[in-house]
Design a protein around this ligand. Sequence first.
Ligand code: XMP
Length: 317
Amino acid sequence: EWTSEAFVETTIADLQAKLGDDKVVLALSGGVDSSVAAILLHKAIGKNLHCIFVDNGLLRKDEYEGVLEQYKHLGLNIKGVDAKDRFLSQLAGVTDPELKRKAIGRVFIEVFDDEAHQVQDVKWLAQGTIYPDVIESVSVNGPSATIKSHHNVGGLPDFMKLQVVEPLNTLFKDEVRRVGTSLGLEHFIIGRHPFPGPGLAIRILGEVTPEKVAILQEADAIYINNLKEAGLYDKVWQAGAIFLPVQSVGVMGDERTYENAICLRAVESIDGMTADWCHLPYQVLAKISNEIINKVKGINRVVYDISSKPPATIEWE
Ligand code: XMP
């Protein structure tokens, strides 16, 4: 019978045998998989694991600081890299969803390559790839996906010449969560909703600008905090707000407004391949809508997405 404790014990021993005194780099995303991979490697090789956490400017509100803090508290040897401007400048004028993904993947590789380079004599690249990623070969979450789907763009970056170590590549998601729990990872990380590698860029329809990112971060934070307060966050598989670049008429006091809309998305799913929209209670939706319209400047309308996958997808882009 598979137990997380036995897995942890044998994996740490295997990693120590395989890696010896070698140095390893790993891209942390704040998600469950890369976090669990990092903790396992840290237990095995300590300071020889060099973690890199890139702020692409497309994370949730306060996420970069919050996650970095958690990781430091876990004792990881981690470097935070503020690359917001590099990502956002490459997204200027780009409206096509796939071109946005490509631009983000390209900048991620550049940034990660620069950083990995600074680790002297690094020999290995660790990734949080899990079993479903191996079979699909296209991972849906985390930086590993970005790396894989773009590795044929131009010449190979230096870090891709490293040997690859993937300690979770035999596990399913629920097993990764169990391993994380037995390693002492907090619910803050274990229970996080999946979040796409391109982040808020694919939740802003059309062109991404710093102003739209700021608006969406505020609205999304109100949404997610209300789900947590109502005890609904853990019951939902994935939730997030979407910025709709359509303007509609509203009234605020005696003033006519003509502003953008926010769409709320919440789904139930097992693996993201199919999904049903969540029947969130009306009073919770009402509170979220009021709070977003009253507090987020630039938004005068909130709508709820009642589409299931298929034929819709979870993300709007
Ligand atoms: P869709 O929108 O295809 O999403 O129904 C299914 C799951 O995949 C996530 N997703 C992505 N994850 N890079 C990622 O790392 C991407 O480009 C990407 N697109 C969608 C989405 O958040 C959902 O969990």
